[in-house]
Design a protein around this ligand. Sequence first.
Ligand code: ADP
Length: 341
Amino acid sequence: MSSYREPTIRGDDEPPAAEDRALRPTRMADMVGQREVYERLMIAVDAARKRGDVLGHILLDGPPGLGKTTFATCIPRELGTTLQIASGAALAAPKDLLPYLSNAAEGSVLFIDEIHRLPIAVEEFLYPAMEDFRIDITLGEGVAARTINMPLRPFTLIGATTRPGLISKPMRDRFQVREHLDYYSPEDLAEIIRRSAVKLELPMDDATADEIARRSRGTPRLANNRLRWVRDYSTSRAAGSLDLAIARTALEMQGIDILGLDGFDRRYLETIQRVFGGGPVGIEAIAHTMSSAPDTLEDDVEPFLLRCELVIRTPRGRRLTARGEEHLSGLSPGPGPGRLF
Ligand code: ADP
């Protein structure tokens, strides 16, 4: 839409790497997979556009790299409006939110990534902004303190989180639309890889796209990363040619196995197996042993391993499953058709 302006990147947020931007779909129609979520969001967007209303607030949750930011950047394009991007981690106090709220044009979108990291004071400051499009500012202190209301132009908040469980109920209830993004099927990932290969001007047969898809952990971001690595390998070691065998060699060289797990994922499984006798073991203990942060393990590593049933969570901690043992011993046959998704 002609009135669309490039997203304003403010605050401490890292703009996405140029190549990431190049592969990110710019329109909803270019997005692959997540059909049910896609349809529901399209209906909400279409209805708002037809009625000339402001789109209701949207909360997107799901593991990293599944398309939360992509939805948040495509939606304002569909609406023909502007987008501001903020990160929950960088909004330490209500005053940090003020510029975003006062800059928000009528009907524009404010995207807050990692919204579960907002401190409670900032969250409470957001409540009237979300509900009544006003903010309460306290001036002065003690008995002399008074609160003034500042009206805002109606806007749409899109929140994204990898930890929906950490969002308070009052916050959650203020989102009219709540959607969960799940891992992509190998077929959808193969389609994303084929489209990215076209953008990168990389000729690719279907068997190669399928192989990279199978080793992408159900995640578009990783699919694109794996594709870029395969392209580098092809340029550097195979005189620019690419086929299934070359893709496999490239991915194995990076330590990416048949399920798409990388060395770090396997180290997590091995830690439970070797150090803790298969579990059950608490996440803190695993994190200490691996010199990693529990949050990283919980957000980035565990969801896919749980999904593949390589580990389970019990009240007493994480436990390796027979399938997990099998995978580590190299006997894993990989996901059978329809087995994981
Ligand atoms: P999140 O915000 O959930 O961490 P992103 O939206 O940043 O994930 O997605 C990571 C990358 O994966 C994007 O840059 C884009 O290239 C790709 N991607 C994500 N979702 C899709 C999709 N539905 N179709 C095509 N590519 C996608």
